[in-house]
Design a protein. Structure first.
Length: 331
């Protein structure tokens, strides 16, 4: 396995301390059929269940990623990334995160004996901060939002490996097996639709890789907040609006680095982007709670998006999967 630039195709080793190509291009991962993903470091990852849910006339299947070891789907990416760099002998990492990725990376780094520093927005919840610190990671709080945390870590990397869930393709490589899980759970069937909240798009990128491997894509529908919707604007070709704070913190990403790739994936899958209001997110979270599913607001946004998308009804034979990205205990 090795990284290569998506623009100029220049190769880089997995242990490179560069996080983008010298030409400015983002990295992709080259992986031969004989390449094995290492699996020495584990925290007890599980094949998460599909839970049927009915809301009005809409029936969906919730993929309960909130049941992963640290409470979010980001454990899939952290498991793969940490295993590979641990195998390469890397002992020190730094990253930026809005919370879930930081918790996942800190946990797996702790299990691997890797020193970890996480740069976070200074308005990160105390529950999330406490979780990251409990794994022995150092937290650096950065004022004025998520994008400033990203800039700060890159300025202060020093000799640390940048274990970014956005820049490092090993992270969304870890999402790939989730596609095969869904396929098997549906009786070797590709679902018609998958709705997911999208900020930096790591789940979207990883599921695309997984379903491409299976030979057919579901329709991917990205859900964003109406207050911060750069993918919606790019996909629909509408004028960019001033970004505002949304209650769905994990998708409050103003300038996602892989925006072009996300648009291409949606187009290739015949997908779409839906935006939802904060009030709709809160309503969806309340409904999920009343059904015994306690998830973060970002997860609830995906259900709100599916409900809006199928406002005129859904064909009965369609299988619709909605990943519940994170636990409600984190906020």
């Amino acid at each position: 396995m090795y990284f290569y630039c998506e623009k100029c195709k220049k190769p880089y080793p997995l242990n490179t301390h560069s996080y983008i190509c010298e030409c400015g291009g983002m990295f992709r991962l080259h992986k031969d059929s004989m390449d094995e993903v290492h699996n020495e470091i584990t925290l007890g990852e599980v094949e998460t269940p599909l839970l049927p849910l009915k809301k009005g006339k809409l029936d969906v299947l919730l993929k309960l990623e909130n049941l992963q070891p640290t409470g979010s789907f980001k454990d899939r990416g952290a498991h793969t990334l940490i295993n590979e760099i641990h195998h390469l002998g890397i002992k020190k990492i730094a990253l930026d995160s809005a919370g879930n990725a930081g918790a996942s990376m800190a946990a797996y780094a702790a299990a691997a004996g890797i020193d970890c520093t996480v740069y976070v927005p200074d308005d990160l919840s105390s529950e999330m901060t406490n979780q990251i610190e409990s794994y022995g990671a150092k937290i650096v709080k950065v004022a004025n939002g998520r994008m400033n945390a990203c800039a700060a870590v890159k300025e202060n990397l020093g000799d640390a490996y940048y274990a970014s869930h956005v820049y490092n393709p090993l992270f969304f490589e870890g999402m790939r097996p989730m596609a095969k899980e869904i396929y098997k759970q549906l009786g070797n069937r590709i679902p018609e639709y998958i709705f997911m909240p999208v900020g930096n798009g790591t789940m979207l990128l990883g599921l695309f890789l997984g379903f491409m491997e299976l030979g057919r894509l579901p329709h991917f529908v990205a859900v964003q907040s109406s207050k911060c919707a750069p993918l919606y604007e790019a996909f629909k070709g509408v004028e960019a609006q001033a970004k505002k704070t949304t209650i769905a913190h994990a998708i409050r990403i103003e300038k996602p680095k892989r925006l072009t790739s996300m648009v291409e994936i949606l187009e290739q899958s015949g997908g779409d982007v839906v935006t939802v209001e904060d009030a709709e997110i809160l309503q969806a979270k309340k409904y999920l709670g009343a059904k015994g599913v306690y998830v973060e607001l970002t997860s609830a946004a995906a259900l709100a998006g599916a409900e809006k998308f199928f406002a005129q009804g859904k064909p009965d034979n369609y299988k619709v999967v909605i990943p519940m990205t994170g636990s409600g205990l984190k906020r």
